[in-house]
Design a protein around this ligand. Structure first.
Ligand code: RFL
Ligand code: PHB
Length: 408
């Protein structure tokens, strides 16, 4: 038991890397570094249950799966992940399969929920004895551009001070880390799309064995899945729509209207386990590094989910920072530390481009309804991409994930 006087004394701690946020970025980075002997502490403002329960991504690139394995958290994904070697695109009356495997020389993606990946990483961290503070309050970063940065926070009514060599801002789009970069240094690029996604999770068998992305004149629809008995569906909805306006019955009726007849007849409906609305945006912050602070994952960039890239991009940032810190600490190559932003941003912009392309190609743009020319351009673009081997290959190699950059 702590006495009252203990509680008012600031607890002092030290580590090589302070990690802000226990989303997939923070957990994966922490676990990879622990295994490389680079100690780190994770500070997260929400509870572990809350973080684990967030229903989000479902499609993992091979590079992401490889990093999970390297982190010692790959056993369950190897057993339970579902490998997809193709996907379907639907535009008007056209239904086209993109053969990911054939077009990329054996490429594929793995269907595995972000909730499961988070759970695996939390368990691996627990097993390695890594220190994490959940439900931390008043988290603040100090001297990020100085020699000895540190983080202060409150936990269980106790003040803490964590001194470190570096800080990884893995605290997502709404986090605090990015705001530590001075305004005259940070450049932000943004596009807000004029629609949101309404997602529904249900214990019903998926309508198709592969993912189906649909451009219908009533709006985009996506048929995804988590297992042979659990489906995840999305509908494009106006950005002003609220969840109360979408009872399950309306969701299923609208999805049926947007699917090709064959799929719509096969659709099995059921009560929603979860429903949520997500606005779509593209956002990139440059640079992704300032002094001793690195921005990782959604803290630095957001992509619309149409390309299934958000989590994978977070993982490739983690891979880059992990390789850089490993080189620095294990080979005394601290000269490479300054290259994080430049290396990470190359891949970030390419994934941003692909996500923007898929979003532009597959959604109905409200202003385009009257703009017949724009709709025709979209149709021509679709026709070109799916009927050209170069076009198909471009989609396939981006969807399975571009190579992770090496650090030399
Ligand atoms: P996260 O997951 O937002 O985690 C950030 C963590 O930081 C904590 N935090 C703080 N901690 C301490 N102090 C503070 N001041 C803090 N402020 C915040 C937060 O509580 C949180 O725990 O960011 P991270 O780790 O970078 O991970 C990013 C991914 O979660 C995200 O990119 C994906 O979910 C995006 N995404 C998809 N990505 C894919 O690769 N494939 C997909 O199929 C896919 N589908 C999706 C998606 C995202 C979606 N939504 C809801 C945005 C589908 C949807 C609908
Ligand atoms: C999902 O299963 O949640 C999912 C799949 C593909 C996407 C986005 C989300 O492009």
């Amino acid at each position: 038991m702590l006495s009252d006087s203990d509680r008012t004394v600031r607890r002092e701690m030290k580590c090589k890397l302070a990690i802000i946020g226990a989303g997939p970025s923070g957990l994966l980075l922490g676990q990879l570094l622990l295994r490389a002997g680079i100690d780190n502490v994770i500070i997260e403002k929400k509870s572990a249950d809350y973080v684990q329960g967030r229903i989000r991504a479902g499609v993992l690139e091979q590079g992401t799966v490889d990093l999970l394995r390297e982190a010692g958290a790959g056993r369950r994904i190897d057993d339970e992940g579902i490998v997809h070697r193709g996907l379907e695109l639907v535009f008007g009356r056209c239904r086209d399969r993109i053969d990911l495997q054939g077009l990329t020389g054996d490429g594929a993606v793995t269907i595995y929920g972000q909730t499961e990946m988070t759970r695996d990483l939390m368990e691996a961290r627990e097993a390695s004895g890594g220190l994490s503070f959940y439900e931390a309050e008043d988290v603040r970063l100090h001297d990020v551009d100085g020699e000895r940065p540190y983080v202060t926070f409150m936990h269980d009514s106790q003040p803490y001070r964590l001194s470190c060599d570096y800080i990884a801002g893995c605290d997502g789009y709404h986090g605090i880390s990015r705001h530590c970069i001075p305004q005259d240094v940070l450049v932000e690029y943004e596009r807000v799309y004029p629609f949101s996604w309404l997602g529904l999770l249900s214990d019903t068998p998926p309508v198709h064995h592969e993912l189906v992305y649909v451009n219908h004149e009533r709006g985009f629809a996506l048929c995804s899945q988590r297992s042979a008995s659990r489906s995840r569906y999305y509908l494009q909805v106006p950005p002003t729509d609220r969840l109360e306006e979408w009872p399950d019955s309306r969701f299923w009726a609208e999805l049926k209207r947007r699917l090709p007849d064959k799929l719509s007849q096969r659709l099995v409906t059921g009560p929603a386990l979860e429903k949520s609305i997500t606005p779509l945006r593209s956002y990139v912050a440059e640079p992704m590094q300032y002094g001793k602070l690195f921005l990782v994952g959604d803290a630095a960039h957001i992509v619309p989910p149409t390309g299934a890239k958000g989590l994978n991009l977070a993982a490739s940032d983690v891979g880059t920072l992990y390789r850089i810190l490993k080189k620095a600490y294990q080979e005394n190559r601290f000269d490479v530390v300054g290259r994080y932003s430049e290396i990470a941003l190359r891949r970030v912009w390419k994934a941003t481009r692909f996500s923007w392309f898929m979003t532009s190609l597959m959604h109905t743009f409200p202003s385009r309804e009257e703009m017949a020319f724009e709709r025709r351009m979209q149709q021509a673009e679709y026709d070109y991409y799916v009927n050209s081997s170069a076009g198909q290959k471009t989609i396939a190699e981006n969807y399975v994930g571009l190579p992770h950059d090496l650090v030399d």
